[in-house]
Each structure stands twice: as C-alpha cells, then as structure tokens.
Write a protein that binds this ligand. Structure first.
Ligand code: NAD
Ligand code: UGA
Length: 466
C-alpha cells in the first residue's frame, strides 16, 4: 500500500513532535494531526511557532518548515481518518482513576473511542498504528472492535511504540537508537503493512535500526524499556541514601560502576526521584498485568521501583524539614524548577509536586520559579492532589518570574529540576539576600557544592557526604 495521507489521533507530546518530523522528512506525504482538544489544536496552529503547546528544543523550526505545506493540525477527526491510508493512535493512556484496576491499570477509554471512531468513519482499507504505550495484547481488542463493523474495510494493526524522551524529542526522533515495528509477520498483508510503515522511517533512519517483531513483543518491549530505565534511577537512588550515611559520594559511585561496559553510564544520575507521565504509569501497568496473570513475584519485583521512588521524594522533603530545625512552618522555601526534567514544560508526576505538597502540609510558605512552566499549571498540579483547598494552595504558594526575587529572604532553596540556567546564577547575590544559615537542597546534584560552600551556603546534595 502506498501511503500518501497520514492521520495522527492525539496532538500531545508524542503526536505533535513525531508527526512534525515525519512531515519534514516525507514531503510527499500529507500528515494531519487531529485532537478533540480545540485549544491545543489552536495552539499548534499559532502563527508564532514559539507558542505551540509543547516546549521542546528544535521543534519550532521543524513545525515552521512543514506546517501548512504537508503538516496540518485540525479538530476534524472524521475527515482526517477518512482520507488516511495509515492512522497513528497517539492518545493518552493514563493510570485508571476509578473502578477495577484503579491506580494501577492503564485507562484505555480513549484508545477504544479512537477504534470505534475509525470503525465508524472508514470507507477504505487502513493501517492502524499503536503509537501510544499500551498493555500487551491491546491490539487484539482493537482488532475485535475494528472487525465487527460489517462494512468490509480491512485493517492491519501495527505496534510502533515511541521511545523519545521529552526535552530531547527532536534529536531522539531524528536519530533513534531503534524503531520498533510489531505486526502480523506471518501474513502477506501484515508484511505489506510493516513495509509501508518501515518505508516512512527509512526516509531518514538506517534500515539496520528498524526492528520488526510480532505485535505482542513490540507492545511488551515498550513497557519493559521504561521499567528498566526507571529501575536504574531507583537503584542509584537507593544507593544515594547509603552514600549519605557512609561518607561515599553517589556521583563517584555512579561513575565507577558506569565505566563497566556491562552496566553503562547513562541513567545513573541520583535525584529527588523520577517524574514524567510515563515511568510510574507504565510500571504500574506492568505490575497490574503481572498480577492479572497471577505472577505475584514478578509484580512485587517491579512494584519496588515505584516504592523506592516515592520514598526518595518523601525523604528529600523530610530532610529539608529536619535540617531546618524540625520546622518549616511560616518559613519561606524557594523551589527552583517545577518541570519533571529540564528542557520541557511538562510537569506530569514531577517530583516537585510531591515535595511541595509535603512542605505545604508542614505549613511552609513556598515560592516557585520555573523558566517554562506557567503558574496555572503549578496550581492545578497541587489542586489535583486534593490535599487542601484551592484557596490554601494559592495563599501558601507564590509563583514568581524572577529567580532572584524567588530566593530573596528565603530560609532554604530546593533545586528540583536540572535547568542549565540555575548554574549560571549570581549565587553570591542570592546568598546576600537570604536568611542565614543559607541552606540549599540540590535535588539534582546540579550546582557546584564547593563553590556554594566558599560563598557561605550550607548545601546538601542527594547521596553526598555531609
Ligand atoms: P498527551 O496527553 O500529551 O496527548 C494526548 C492527546 O490525545 C491529548 O491532546 C488528547 O486531547 C488527545 N485525545 C484523547 N482522546 C482523543 C480522541 N478520542 N480523539 C482525538 N484526540 C484525543 O499524551 P502524550 O504525552 O503525547 O502521550 C501519548 C501516548 O504516548 C501515551 O500512551 C504515552 O504513554 C505515550 N508516550 C509518551 C511519551 C512522552 O514523552 N510523553 C513518550 C513515549 C510514549
Ligand atoms: C522516558 C524514556 O526515557 C523514554 O524513552 C520514553 O519514551 C518515555 O519515558 C515515555 O515512554 O514517556 P521521559 O520521561 O520523557 O522519557 O524522560 P527521561 O529522560 O526518561 O526522565 C524521566 C525522569 O527520570 C525524569 O524525572 C528525570 O529527571 C529522571 N531521571 C532520569 C533521573 O532522576 N536520573 C537519571 O539518571 C535519568
């Protein structure tokens, strides 16, 4: 099948950047990204490309090049489905917040809605591509929905999970470690669908990096990759506490083990805890799947990664309280960074939310500065936890747009996102305007501790000797 029109359902952090890159690399294909969220689509169509809804280095330039030529953002989902030979489903698959599997299973409500809409609208054969991260065997459910419409349209279902990380999405998309395509490798139609999708990526990805598997392996590989990555962070974070009580330095330990090529050096940065919309959600999903098959030990093994991460966030907040003479009530604490990592405006599951929630429970006065996150987002993240009234969140937390203002008269500063700009601040000036002792809790081991000590600060990193 020759693909001339692509539809992507879901204009989020994955759908937007991924389709922008496909459109840029395949000028002969029309790519339409659709979403039910009108504001989001309007933002993707904003004339000023710097105002698109996803902050991602390099993305505005790609959008600028393709938008209006062969890249379109629209709310007309039916029309885009009808016109496409290939449809990516890239909608959200969050953890269920109700019913069976609440707090564990992935909520596949939006996936099913997409399948039903595709089944209703389609008049020609289509390749359906799972881009969202899904529980293993979801393709079987999609097939049942799609094959029961009676309109004679034939569907091929592929799994093509996305491995991009936020903040480096464009680089990851342009130069992926691999592209994974799961399909019905046994049938001719399945193989044709796989080569149609592979042909798109081959425009810029070497063929040797395009991996073909059966559908279940592909679906499960995505959950497995995230579980392994998150497990590394929890493993080094577990070691960070041991470092703090023994005088070892977690950065030195990470370097020493990372030089072993069997371990590797990436994803060994100890931190206040991992965040983001996916690690926790995908591991919980994995745990739920293992439980559903009665695999108790497998489920418990992976659940420990989340337990360790929750502990790390709590431990960080508790350390601030304990260091500030066991009370933060009425004290100004400055939070530098709210995003779950640098170079993104995404705050989903950010460690900052939980650390601050803990500090607000202890009646701290919080001031937040983040270079890319809007204040409404910060308040809505806290409101979502329902720990206190919306009014209380607004009276006890202030968002400011100037880091020096944020740090003025503060009892302590906590660095919760590793934004590069924090390193370049005039720390001497910040010190002069703070209460003494001037505590800095560096949840990212970002700042130069020796420099801070020279200035007069009392800095505390994660996994650093006293
Ligand atoms: P997102 O919430 O940013 O975007 C999803 C979009 O889908 C939303 O704008 C929503 O309005 C839209 N949507 C939902 N149902 C719809 C429907 N029926 N019709 C049209 N639009 C609909 O989510 P995201 O971060 O882009 O993640 C999407 C999927 O990709 C998830 O499964 C996630 O696990 C996976 N993933 C995310 C990342 C990441 O870095 N964020 C990386 C790899 C994989
Ligand atoms: C992660 C994976 O890296 C992607 O491959 C995957 O596609 C994506 O999830 C997804 O499925 O959504 P992302 O969450 O965007 O990407 O960002 P990461 O760089 O993985 O960071 C996740 C969290 O772990 C962040 O809070 C980060 O600060 C933290 N982290 C990461 C550490 O604390 N230490 C590290 O060494 C690495």
């Amino acid at each position: 099948m020759k693909v001339k029109n692509i539809c992507c359902i879901g204009a989020g952090y994955v759908g937007g950047p991924t389709m922008a890159v496909i459109a840029q690399k395949c000028p002969e294909i029309n790519v339409t990204v659709v979403d039910i969220n009108e504001d989001r689509i309007a933002a993707w169509n904003n004339e000023d490309v710097e105002k698109i809804p996803v902050y991602e280095p390099g993305l505005p330039a790609v959008v600028k090049e393709a938008r209006g030529k062969n890249l379109f953002f629209s709310t007309n989902v039916d029309a885009a489905i009808d016109a496409a030979e290939l449809i990516f489903i890239s909608v959200n698959t969050p953890t269920k917040t109700y019913g069976i599997g609440k707090g564990m299973a992935a909520d596949l409500k939006w996936i099913e809605l997409c399948a039903r809409q595709i089944a209703r609208v389609s008049r020609t054969d289509k390749i359906i591509v799972e881009k969202s991260t899904l529980p293993v065997r979801t393709a079987a459910a999609l097939r049942e929905i799609l094959d029961n419409t009676g309109n004679g349209v034939k569907y091929q279902i592929l799994s093509n999970p996305e491995f991009l990380a936020e903040g480096t999405a464009i680089q990851d998309l342009l130069n992926p470690d691999r592209v994974l395509i799961g399909g019905d490798v046994q049938s001719t139609e399945g193989q044709e669908a796989i080569s149609a999708l592979s042909g798109i990526y081959e425009k810029w990805v070497p063929k040797s990096k395009i991996l073909t598997t059966n559908v279940w392996s592909s679906e499960l590989s995505k959950l497995t990759a995230n579980a392994f990555l998150a497990q590394r962070v929890s493993s080094i974070n577990a070691m960070s506490e041991l470092c703090e009580v023994t005088g070892a330095d977690v950065t030195e330990v990470a370097k020493a083990i990372g030089m072993d090529s069997r371990i590797g050096s990436k994803f060994l940065n100890s931190s206040v805890g991992f965040g983001g919309s996916c690690f926790q959600k995908d591991i919980l999903n994995l745990v739920y799947i293992a439980q559903s098959f009665g695999l108790k030990e497998v489920a418990e093994y992976w659940e420990q990664v989340i337990i360790m991460n929750d502990y790390q966030k709590k431990r960080f907040a508790a350390n601030i309280i304990q260091t500030l003479y066991n009370t933060v009530s009425g004290k100004k604490i400055t939070i530098l960074g709210w995003a779950f990592k640098k170079d993104t405006n995404d705050t989903r599951e950010s460690a900052a939310i939980y650390v601050v929630d803990h500090l607000l429970n202890e009646e701290a006065n919080i001031t937040v500065y983040d270079p890319k996150v809007q204040s409404e987002q910060i308040f809505s993240d806290l409101d979502y936890l329902k720990s206190r009234s919306k009014e209380a969140n607004r009276s006890n937390l202030k968002v400011v747009h100037d880091p020096y203002e944020a740090c003025k008269n503060s009892h302590a500063i906590a660095v919760l996102t590793e934004w590069e700009e924090f390193k370049g601040y005039d720390w001497e000036r910040i010190y002069q305007n703070m209460l003494k002792p001037a505590f800095v809790f560096d949840g990212r081991n970002l700042l130069d501790i020796q420099e801070l000590i020279k200035i007069g600060f009392v800095p505390k990193g994660v996994g650093k000797p006293e």
